[in-house]
Design a protein around this ligand. Structure first.
Ligand code: ZN
Length: 187
């Protein structure tokens, strides 16, 4: 199996997205996966879902994905934009990440699971090889997901956890919905 095909499978990419290139960067211990779509692919407006031709592409973006063995795995792509008659020029949604995130959905989910399991945020940061800002960004996004999913039903399983950060001088309380890997609240 070729590396491109292998990554196509393990990333779970679906049409129209394919792996164009896989590069191993030994110096930075990274695998860099270039993701692309065929010419002429049509995309939906992210607001109204109207099917439209590709207008142009934004700057190349990158998303941290789950590691491949000990290597950080980074997805690279230029996100297509559509020119919607109603909503103007908009970047389309990509299936592997939420808008504006620097991480794939799978990485964010894994990071929240690690945060749930570790005694301290610092411990999770070490395992995930993340800086504080990036970790906080992931927690905030999980909180946003938890809020967006608010339903009148009570939460099925809740975890409450106190995390120490900054060498144990401060604590942050995190309330999790354990079934959906979302963070319900932090204080
Ligand atoms: Zn639209």
């Amino acid at each position: 199996m070729q590396d491109k095909e292998l990554y196509q499978h393990i990333l779970g990419l679906s049409s129209p997205w394919t792996v164009r290139d896989v590069k191993l960067d030994m110096e930075n211990q990274e695998i860099r996966v270039q993701v692309d779509h065929p010419r002429g692919t049509r995309f939906c407006c992210p607001e109204c879902q109207q099917d439209l031709p590709c207008y142009d592409h934004g700057e190349e973006r990158q998303w941290r994905h789950l590691d491949s063995c000990q290597f950080k795995t980074i997805l690279f792509a230029r996100v297509p934009r559509v020119d919607c008659p109603k909503h103007g020029v908009r970047s389309v949604s990509v299936p592997w990440a939420e808008p504006h995130s620097r991480f794939t959905l799978l990485f964010e989910r894994f990071a929240i699971e690690v945060l749930q399991m570790t005694q301290t945020v610092k411990g999770a940061m070490t395992i995930l090889r993340l800086k504080w800002d990036a970790t906080w960004h992931i927690i905030e996004r999980a909180v946003a997901r938890g809020k967006a999913r608010k339903q009148p039903l009570p939460l099925p399983r809740i975890g409450i956890d106190e995390k120490a950060f900054a060498k144990g001088q401060s604590y942050v309380s995190m309330i999790y919905d354990l079934d959906n890997s979302t963070v319900e609240a932090i204080s």
